[in-house]
Design a protein around this ligand. Structure first.
Ligand SMILES: Nc1ccn([C@@H]2O[C@@H]3COP(=O)(O)O[C@H]3[C@H]2O)c(=O)n1
Length: 271
């Protein structure tokens, strides 16, 4: 029997490194996040669910809360990491402990240089997690996944991932700025671009910045023309109560928001 299948992406967090509200900040956006919550943002991470298995991209300090919120407390065995900054990896020790208590092994996938930093930061976690280098690409849950290095400005380098399955191609690039032509090659003909934009318009000196703002992102979106663009990794410089001037096809992510990743036919087992 044939059936239509849709893989699904859920935004577990859409915030920058500090999250929103920032603990030290009394600005209007942080106060709104504290008191009502349109702008409350956990650290950026996504869950991909498919009939061929589920996985996360990134595992920040809000991982435990994110697992509680989605009721996926004990069954994630695969996590892909974009880079080794704390807001993308600080949940790994907790996940490793959860694996230990359940007597299972988790699998962490990242380029080797990212795995090396993770192992330096948390030397004990390889006892419970397999560290698997994906520099040459990998397949996970039927997705062909290709990593490449992208400029992360003041913060050095990060990796972006292109994922492809059944003619649906999308990119997850939460932490980048000033991509070179070479770093944009894998961003052509996209059905979906998920891009980090920390601010609407970041006033700081360019040399001290690390993530696109929404004005620069609009130029990138114009150039790449993905069918759909979703901004994530947003700081307290983005107020989601305001109408934002976004390019055609672009929108902002919210915690818990889900997106269909393609729509294809598979052979389903007989009932
Ligand atoms: N080598 C580094 C450098 C920076 N960091 C943290 O990652 C954060 C990214 O956003 P930020 O606001 O620039 O703060 C950075 C450090 O906390 C980190 O975890 N490791």
């Amino acid at each position: 029997m044939n059936g239509r299948v849709v893989d699904r992406l859920t935004f577990l967090g859409t915030g920058d490194a500090m999250g929103v509200p920032r603990v030290y900040c009394d600005c209007e956006v942080c106060e709104e996040a504290r008191n009502s919550g349109t702008n409350r943002r956990l650290r950026s991470s996504v869950l991909i669910e498919s009939t061929e298995g589920d996985f996360l991209i990134d595992c920040g300090p809000d991982w435990r809360l994110q697992m509680e919120m989605t009721n996926r407390r004990a069954d994630i065995t695969d996590i892909v990491i974009t880079h080794a900054h704390f807001d993308h990896i600080a949940g790994l020790p907790e996940w490793a402990d959860a694996c230990r208590w359940q007597g299972v092994r988790g699998r962490v996938y990242a380029p080797q240089e990212v795995l090396d930093i993770i192992q330096r930061q948390y030397p004990w976690i390889a006892t419970h997690l397999d560290m698997i280098a994906n520099d040459e690409g990998m397949t996970i849950s039927g997705w062909k996944l290709t990593p490449w290095k992208v400029h992360h400005g003041f913060n050095g380098y990060s990796y972006a991932y292109r994922l492809e399955k059944h003619d649906f191609g999308w990119v997850y690039c939460p932490d980048a700025i000033g991509l070179t032509a070479e770093q944009k090659v894998l961003m052509d003909r996209l059905d979906l671009l998920i891009l980090g934009t920390s601010f609407v318009h970041e006033e700081a000196e360019y040399s001290g910045r690390s993530v696109y703002d929404m004005r620069e992102a609009a130029e990138l979106v114009d150039e790449l023309a993905p069918i759909q663009t979703i901004y994530t990794h947003m700081s307290h410089g983005v107020d989601l109560r305001q109408e934002l001037d976004l390019p055609v096809g672009a929108s902002t992510a919210r915690t818990g928001m889900t997106i269909d990743l393609g729509n294809y036919t598979v052979l389903l087992p007989e009932e």
